[in-house]
Write a protein that binds this ligand. Structure first.
Ligand code: GLA
Length: 393
């Protein structure tokens, strides 16, 4: 009887201690994930290794991209002890080997599972196997877990995600925990104490707009669903409007540029989803724009918000550390737009004094905010500005 009572109290106290790993993802996570472009069929270890190589050779690693994340379809079943079995056709050398390779490049390694009985692609989920799976991830030196929400009939989201959080915590390896229940439980209201980022919508597709079958959204549809969520974001807790489609076939270059810019303003995780091995230079230029990445990674950790909406023309702002402000003019129209900016009357929150204006795509100084500025925003594109309190000349 006695040992039982002791272990009962031990369990209670451990339960009380459980928390998420703090001091992780203090700025939005940056990396690459296999799903958007490769999905299930084209996933394999050689491609993942090449993607790690490309993240280094493209200069992305030096700019802060660090996670290489394998999404769905790496797992096939469980052995007699319940340990997850790896798809040997796709990963003949095993996951440990891949994790070592990614770490040898100075990068971090992410993996995927699901809170239900099966993943969205029908592979084994973690329900009932949270402890053993978390231990396996820790043994493999996993740094990031994306945890999906398919096949969870009858499950409570908070309880299910908390169970995995506690299992990760008990396994002891600091792991960024990415909650992926598509916002269906108003995830932003509870997820900050459980994970480091949480999806806010159904899946993104490489489209400008539209909504296929109700759960595959063009990025501008997703953008509008972020309005009002800014108050939930902070260092270590991010709204996740889903992974980037920059450079994927359904978006033109200007559409990709606008998409990237808005994800930077949203303080969204910058998880790329294109083929980094075969990027046209202009796609690489988008993903490696240092000034925009600095807006996204700003240590203040404020999510940007919309300050003006004229239907097909929007203005967004993101407060930055030290009093600087990022401003983005987004032209949703299929025609170019000319606009004269009267800085005092734009409705910028916290606007005070005179700022120097920097165009973040043209890398040009454009005077000061005491004079109106005429801008031309190409069709389906942006003008991105940093208003700077300190003089850069
Ligand atoms: C869900 C997620 C996607 C992806 C797929 C994999 O749809 O939202 O991001 O992980 O599952 O099957």
């Amino acid at each position: 009887m006695k040992p039982l009572i002791i272990s009962f109290f031990l369990l209670i106290s451990l339960g009380g201690l459980a928390q998420k790993f703090e001091n992780l993802a203090l700025t939005p996570p940056m990396g690459w994930n296999s799903w958007n472009y490769f999905e299930c069929d084209n996933l394999n270890e050689e491609m993942i290794r090449e993607m790690a190589d490309a993240m280094v050779s493209s200069g992305m690693k030096d700019l802060g991209y660090e996670y290489i994340i394998i999404d769905d379809c790496w797992q096939t079943g469980r052995d007699s002890t319940g340990k997850i079995l790896v798809d040997k056709d796709k990963f003949p050398s095993g996951i440990q080997h891949l994790s070592d390779y990614i770490h040898s490049k100075g990068l971090k390694f992410g993996i995927y599972s699901d809170a239900g009985t099966k993943t969205c692609a029908g592979r084994p989920g973690s329900k009932g196997f949270e402890t053993i799976d978390a231990q396996t991830y820790a043994d493999w030196s996993v740094d990031y877990l994306k945890y999906d929400w398919c096949h969870t009939e009858g499950q409570d989201a908070i309880a299910s995600y908390t169970r995995m959080r506690d299992a990760l915590y008990a396994a002891g390896r600091p792991i960024v925990f990415s909650i992926c229940d598509w916002g269906v439980s108003k995830t932003w209201e509870w997820a900050g104490d459980v994970g480091h980022l949480w999806r806010t919508t159904y899946d993104i597709t490489d489209r400008w707009d539209g909504n296929i079958w109700g759960n595959q959204l063009g990025w501008t549809e997703i953008l509008e669903k972020q309005v009002g969520l800014e108050k939930y974001a902070a260092p270590g807790r991010w709204n996740d409007p889903d992974m980037l489609e920059v450079g994927n076939p359904g978006l033109s270059i200007n559409e990709s540029r606008a998409h990237f810019t808005m994800w930077c303003v949203l303080a969204a995780p910058l998880i790329t989803g294109n083929d980094l091995r075969n990027m046209p230079q202009e796609v690489q230029n988008i993903l490696t724009n240092k000034a925009l990445i600095a807006v996204n990674q700003d240590p203040l950790g404020k999510q940007g918000f919309k300050i003006r909406d004229e239907g097909n023309f929007e203005v967004w702002q993101k407060p930055l550390q030290g009093g600087d402000i990022a401003i983005v003019f987004l032209n949703l129209e299929n025609l170019p737009k000319t606009f004269t900016v009267n800085w005092n009357r734009l409705g910028i929150k916290g606007f005070s004094g005179k700022y120097q204006i920097k165009d973040l795509w043209k890398s040009q100084l454009r005077g000061y905010t005491d004079k109106p500025l005429k801008i031309n925003v190409p069709a389906r594109d942006v003008v991105a500005i940093r208003l700077m309190l300190s003089n850069q000349e």
